[in-house]
Design a protein around this ligand. Structure first.
Ligand code: SAM
Ligand code: SF4
Length: 333
């Protein structure tokens, strides 16, 4: 292996999140504006170029890759990339390949994803009420998402549900989503909304601190703290009554940047060293250069030096500027 990726704070970077497209078949109100300007198609890297970037990260010690977006399953020929990364799993070069999806296209892809080597996926689901789901995502497809999850479970994929807590949208529904998820043997992670990109609403109206949601859940459930860490920012409790796990991602009320092990690459080849910052380095020229291997490795070394210690999200004042100009859909979750 080439020299491992270690940042200026001594953190080992072993996890890559790769956004394969910024486009999506939903328009979740906390993620995107209704009328979005997407990245120009001409700037989007080919699947071969994304494979070259992944290979460079793997050579430097990345052991886990999560494909994300936008919606990763809307990228044409996505299975080609999944299969080629699946081959890295077979050769023992990668330990885990995962995917975050909104579930809309899972019915079509579940079996092929499993066959390519994916074992676990995260499905984002913020409401089980068809009207709330349609208002929030601006698309009336809850039934299709639920069928997609059935297909995924039938294919043998483990699902974790990701739910963003939203004031006056799903805050009172979270206990029943938890009961449903654990009842279907799916763990769940709750996420605080982050002020990324201009959207059509004010973040102050969307934000609910998870401390508040936890207090509500504790009236119904016994939440047992665990030491389980999956290398990410989630802190897990075991719900005694269901036996399932519940994670809390709290970038606003309690960040866990000290243990950060990841960087993100977008579909245009930008590396973002921190989710909460706009600073980035560009790999597009590197991947298209005469000697991509050497030039990409030099860029990765620079990225390690540039990785900041922590993000600094806050949602306090109305009409505040977002923490990042880009939307979450550019780097993925
Ligand atoms: N489209 C896929 C999906 O929804 O799962 C993958 C990309 S999406 C950007 C990844 C995750 O980011 C989802 O769980 C979504 O709920 C979350 N997300 C999007 N915008 C967010 C925001 N502003 N704050 C917190 N989470 C956000
Ligand atoms: Fe699309 Fe995922 Fe963003 Fe929703 S959260 S708009 S599904 S990228």
């Amino acid at each position: 292996m080439d020299s491992p990726l270690v940042d200026g704070f001594g953190r080992n970077i072993t996890y890559l999140r790769l956004s394969v497209t910024d486009r999506c078949d939903l328009r979740c109100a906390y993620c995107m504006a209704e009328k979005m300007t997407f990245l120009p198609k001409s700037e989007i890297l080919s699947l071969e170029e994304l494979e070259t970037i992944c290979a460079a990260f793997i050579a430097r010690g990345v052991r886990k890759i999560r494909l994300t977006g936008g919606e990763p399953l809307v990228r044409r020929d996505i299975l080609r990339l999944v299969r080629s990364l699946g081959d890295c799993l077979d050769r023992g070069e990668l330990e885990e390949l995962t995917l975050t999806t909104n579930g809309v296209l899972l019915e079509k892809y579940a079996r092929d994803l499993k066959a390519a080597g994916i074992k676990r996926i995260n499905v984002s689901l913020d409401s089980l009420d068809a009207d709330v789901f349609a208002r929030l995502t601006r698309r009336n497809v809850l039934g299709q998402v639920l069928r997609g999850m059935d297909a995924a479970r039938n294919a043998g994929l483990h699902i974790k549900i990701n739910t963003v807590a939203l004031r006056n949208v799903n805050e009172t529904e979270i206990p029943s989503i938890l009961t449903w998820a654990h009842g279907h043997h799916m763990d769940m992670t709750l996420i605080e909304v982050m002020p990324m990109g201009e959207i059509d609403a004010d973040r102050v109206d969307q934000y609910v601190p998870l401390t508040e949601i936890r207090e509500g859940l504790e009236k119904k459930y016994t939440l047992l703290d665990t030491l389980l860490r999956t290398g990410g920012p989630s802190r897990y409790v075991r719900v005694r009554e269901t036996g399932g796990l519940l994670g809390f991602i709290t970038p606003l009320t309690n960040n866990f940047c000290a243990g950060c092990n990841r960087v993100r690459v977008t579909c245009t080849g930008r590396i973002y060293m921190c989710l909460g910052r706009d600073d980035h380095l560009d790999l597009r020229e590197a991947v298209r250069s005469e000697n991509p291997g050497r030039v990409i490795h030099a860029a990765l070394d620079k990225a390690m030096i540039a990785k900041p210690q922590a993000h600094d999200f806050s949602i306090r004042e109305r009409k505040a500027q977002p923490a990042t100009r880009r939307h979450m859909s550019v780097t993925g979750g």
